[in-house]
Design a protein around this ligand. Structure first.
Ligand code: ADP
Length: 483
């Protein structure tokens, strides 16, 4: 595609697009065709350190602007992103693989964070506390935390960036950003949009390249006051440990292992449609997607029949083809993980109701058939680990208390879903689920206006909503004596 025909300088520091100090580059690949799309600079700790310096220098000026001024720039970024939606979606699909219709939806969602935080910038209120001493006045003032390091994943290359950048910028923070090596081009275009709308030099800096060297620099740099990260629990843990010496604040969106529970009183058509949508969106590569499905015994046959009928209609192919429902996985390792979970389940007695193998009909890339498994048990990897692929394991249950116990029996706690038409059951079960997000007859909870985040080993802090901006501020308490 013409948009990728030239080498792209994706390191942006202090308002200047530049090559990596190493002089090295990283290839970017189309996961459907396995073609090399382009190359981007392979930055390291030297670029990472220069980026922090630029962000530190830009901080007084940016945080000194009025909230209204920052809001205007964020609103302009929202509008520009909407204008460039088609081009952005094509870039996203080409490097990430998801179907174009999903890429367009992601660009809309990504832009909505700029809109929401353009609004929230103006409502970052402090507090006056009624004092118990009549000679004192007490107040709480939110102030931007300082330089923020944002590290983002490849599964939502646009919205995971704006969900961090928009509240950070709204609060008055400056940012150093490292996107996933698989999807630097979407990041590049988002930062380009921020440059075009007039975000001052140094306020947003982008470094592509080596995760370990860049991460190490930011974890140990005293000027980085917050690390905001979305990715695996393993890397999240590493960032916590690496930031401990400096007692840095962390905001972490980590892995999930979402249960879907279909009760006998549910609308089964809706439950089948939404379970499918949740499981196969982005080829199963979302941290809140259905990872395991529990179906009440009494409706097992009816539900399984409806679900498998729908799965058979899914069309696999390149995301750039408008008819595609299921694109490729991100890389060979992802394919291996799906195959490993599948083999483990089959070996322990699961039966394959549909799919079950790698797909290479029209493209050489990292495709895997949408696969439905029955006779699944608790001992299988699919019921204990995040698969991050198009594998849908079904297990039956009979009692409400039993399924709640199973659903909670995991170190993860990001999202859980229940399908029921009983108001009593909906409320009762929702309260007992140890998850940061619960969808009731709904599987698309991630929106700019609501707080997204996990409990247990799924993360710390919230993104989105009025809560999301508070990750990026310190609350200063002021006690003033008066006569
Ligand atoms: P995934 O397994 O989905 O790729 P990761 O947690 O490995 O998730 O990656 C998420 C982000 O974290 C990416 O931008 C990746 O480059 C980055 N990352 C991976 N390892 C490290 C590390 N040691 N330090 C800092 N960032 C890292």
């Amino acid at each position: 595609m013409a948009i990728f025909s030239r080498y792209t300088q994706t390191i942006f520091i202090d308002g200047t697009w530049q090559d990596a100090k190493s002089g090295k580059t990283l290839p970017v690949q189309n996961p459907a065709t396995l073609e090399a799309i382009t190359e981007v600079p392979h930055g390291d700790e030297r670029d990472a350190e220069q980026a922090v310096r630029a962000a530190r220098q830009a901080f007084p000026h940016w945080s000194g602007k009025t909230a209204r001024e920052r809001s205007h720039l964020l609103y302009a970024a929202y509008e520009k992103m909407k204008e460039q939606k088609e081009e952005l979606a094509a870039i996203l699909t080409t490097e990430q693989g998801k179907p174009l219709k999903e890429a367009r939806a992601e660009i809309d969602s990504a832009a909505s964070y700029f809109l929401w935080y353009a609004e929230e910038a103006n409502r970052l209120y402090g507090e006056i506390i009624p004092s118990s001493n009549k000679h004192k006045r007490l107040m709480v003032i939110p102030q931007p935390i300082g330089v923020v390091a944002a590290i983002t994943p490849w599964n939502f290359p646009a919205s995971m960036i704006t969900r961090k950048l928009a509240p950070a910028l709204a609060a008055g923070c400056t940012v150093v950003l490292k996107p996933a090596p698989e999807t630097p081009l979407t990041a590049y275009r988002i930062v380009k949009i921020l440059e075009e709308v007039g975000i001052p030099p140094g306020v947003v800096n982008l470094v592509t390249g080596g995760a370990v060297s860049i991460g190490k620099c930011w974890m140990s740099h005293p000027d980085v006051r917050l690390i905001t990260f979305t990715g695996s629990t393993e890397v999240g843990r590493l960032l916590m440990k690496g930031s401990a010496d400096q007692v840095k604040k962390l905001s972490l969106e980590l892995g999930g292992h979402a249960p879907v529970i279909v009760f006998e009183d549910a609308d089964l058509d809706l439950a089948a449609e939404l379970t499918l949508a949740s499981k196969f969106r982005n080829c199963g590569q979302t941290c809140i997607c259905a990872n395991r499905v529990y179906v009440q015994q009494t409706v097992w046959d009816a539900f399984v029949e409806k679900l498998t009928a729908k799965v058979q209609q899914l069309s696999i192919g390149s995301g750039l083809d408008e008819a595609t429902d299921i694109g490729p996985l991100i890389n060979e390792e992802a394919v291996r993980k799906v195959q490993d979970h599948l083999d483990d389940a089959v070996q322990k007695g699961a039966s394959v109701l549909y799919g079950g193998k790698r797909w290479k009909d029209s493209y050489p890339g990292y495709f895997f058939e949408p696969t439905v498994l029955a006779n699944v048990t608790k001992e299988m990897k699919v019921m204990n680990e995040e698969t991050f692929g198009p594998l849908l394991p079904l297990q039956s249950f009979s009692e409400e208390a039993e399924v709640i116990r199973e659903a909670n029996d995991t170190p993860y706690g990001l999202a859980a879903y229940i399908f029921t038409d009983s108001l009593h059951r909906a409320y009762r079960v929702m309260e007992k689920l140890e998850y940061g997000i619960v969808g009731i007859n709904d599987v698309f909870p991630a929106v700019a206006e609501a707080p997204f985040g996990g409990v247990k080993q799924s993360g710390l802090g919230k993104e989105g909503g009025k809560e999301g901006i508070f990750e990026f501020v310190e609350l200063k308490y002021v006690s003033m004596g008066i006569q």
